[in-house]
Design a protein around this ligand. Structure first.
Ligand SMILES: Cc1cc2nc3c(=O)[nH]c(=O)nc-3n(C[C@H](O)[C@H](O)[C@H](O)COP(=O)(O)OP(=O)(O)OC[C@H]3O[C@@H](n4cnc5c(N)ncnc54)[C@H](O)[C@@H]3O)c2cc1C
Length: 452
């Protein structure tokens, strides 16, 4: 039964949490500091927290409020493996492969540790994340990826749907050995509280309009209410970085991804799908389709299509396109026919940065300006972890091996392939074509008959 998607509540922020009511003051007049971090997502907050811990004079400048960006809007999967197709990463970046796998594993451990140490109530369930196969062909891909992951030092084990406790609509999958799922809105709110209570000075409602190095080397950061003058700067604005002239050409392109959430579902019906582990699932399409159960008894469905941002500044109050919401609703009902009566209740989306190499990057633009561009849609754990490593690099010049692996000596980037709106549409169409022939809908219907 198809629903009228016009009934779906569309958010311009997130469905996970409401905006905070205790906004911090904007930059006013002239502010001076040793280090300024621009962008208060998990990346900027991770950097700031570490700098404050290490006794630095640090200022965090955020356009809206800490956690406004994709950090509060994502699927909430903490993944312990690199994003993207591991076969492609191995083919194109064989030397970086091991480093990326270890970094992703350490990042998941890092974020789990932060949640524990700061006692952040974000509904974290450490039940791994499963790469799942909707067809035998996708299962072959998973087995290859699992072997690559293992060889590179990653953790994960392959199994059938029954063995992994994931829905019987899937052939099977690989469950990562670290990570799990959480409410990213609550995570950001917990991190925000910690940063605000630290020695860092936090300015919200302060959109940086320009970043410039003065002749004396100091960096001048312009905002509508005033100027911040810093000895060192960390750029941590993710998809929005292209808004300034100082950002190198082709660092990344912005892409808009969406999530949709169902109305609450009887837990017995979720269990009847075979989803006993409640582990979140990510399909092996070229553009993933993901499903996860939430603590509020709903299912969140994600992505399937990527909308390319074509110009800066990125639209501020963008809401999901109803056509894309409908597509997620269809995906949900196709995979889980026994839940055909369950409606999608709300949807939201956010901007991520995609690098041309599809791998995370970090480096310096000058002696005193650091940047990172993390993780192409898998940055919930990696962005703050890399941010903390950048903080250590600033304080004592050390370069952790995990940072070394993604460090670029020169900020030069190759052209993008397949990231034009037409290219993305082609990839999406190929995924849909494969879905017609791969028997996945039939498999899902058979699984539903077993439930009935
Ligand atoms: C729909 C969706 C699903 C996703 N699912 C997952 C997932 O399940 N697991 C996972 O690991 N990752 C996921 N991601 C990716 C993950 O959310 C990001 O990689 C991560 O949050 C990036 O953090 P960040 O701090 O770099 O960027 P952001 O959270 O985007 O933060 C950037 C901040 O910079 C601020 N800013 C921008 N411009 C300026 C300016 N001019 N001046 C001052 N401040 C500025 C913004 O307001 C924003 O708060 C998903 C992303 C989306 C959109």
């Amino acid at each position: 039964m198809s629903q009228d998607v016009r009934e779906v509540r569309l958010h311009t922020f997130s469905g996970w949490i409401d905006p905070p009511t205790d906004l911090q003051p904007a930059v006013s007049g002239e502010v001076t500091c040793d280090i300024a971090v621009i962008g208060g997502g998990v990346g900027g907050m991770g950097t700031t927290m570490r700098l404050a811990e290490r006794g630095q004079d640090v200022v965090l400048i955020e356009a809206e409020f800490l956690g406004y960006g994709s950090s509060s809007r994502n699927g909430g999967h903490i993944s312990g493996a690199p994003g993207g197709d591991l076969r492609m990463l191995k083919l194109f970046y064989p030397r970086q492969m091991k480093g990326m796998v270890v970094l992703a594993d350490h990042a998941a451990e890092y974020l789990q540790g932060k949640i524990r140490d700061l006692d952040i109530a974000c509904d974290y369930v450490p039940n791994g994340l499963a790469m799942v196969a909707i067809s035998p062909l996708q299962m072959l891909r998973i087995k290859t990826c699992a072997a690559i992951l293992k060889k590179a030092g990653g953790r994960g084990h392959v199994g059938t749907a029954e063995q992994l406790g994931i829905p019987r609509a899937f052939v099977g999958g690989m469950k990562e050995g670290v990570g799990g799922m959480l409410n990213p809105g609550k995570l950001c709110r917990g991190l925000r509280a910690d940063v605000i209570s630290s020695s860092a000075r936090v300015y919200e409602q302060s959109k940086v309009t320009d970043v410039r190095r003065r002749d004396d080397g100091k960096v001048v950061i312009a905002t509508p209410g005033g100027t911040v003058i810093a000895d060192k700067v960390v750029l941590s604005t993710n998809a929005y970085a292209g808004e300034w002239a100082i950002t190198p050409d082709r660092l990344s392109v912005p892409a808009y991804l969406i999530e949709a959430e169902t109305e609450p579902i009887d837990p017995a019906r979720i269990e009847a799908l075979g989803w006993t582990s409640r582990t979140g699932t990510i399909s092996q399409h070229q553009i993933m389709e993901h499903f996860r159960v939430t603590e509020r008894g709903t299912i969140v469905i994600g992505v399937r299509r990527i909308e390319r941002g074509t110009s800066y500044p990125l639209p501020k109050d963008k809401a999901p396109d109803l056509g894309l919401v409908k597509e997620l609703e269809d995906a949900f009902h196709t995979r889980f026919p026994s839940l055909a009566d369950v409606k999608v209740a709300q949807a939201w989306g956010g901007w991520i940065a995609i690098t041309s190499s599809w791998i995370s990057l970090a480096g310096k633009l000058a002696d005193n300006i650091w940047y990172s561009c993390c993780c192409n849609g898998h940055g919930l754990a990696q962005a703050p972890y890399i941010g903390s490593l950048i903080a250590d690099n600033i304080v004592d010049g050390t370069m952790h091996d995990d940072l070394k692996g993604i460090w670029l000596d020169e900020p030069k980037f190759p052209p993008f392939l397949m990231m034009s709106p037409a290219g993305l549409r082609t990839v999406w169409a190929l995924d849909r074509l494969c879905d017609v022939f791969n028997g996945s809908a039939r498999r899902a219907r058979r699984a539903a008959v077993a439930i009935a």
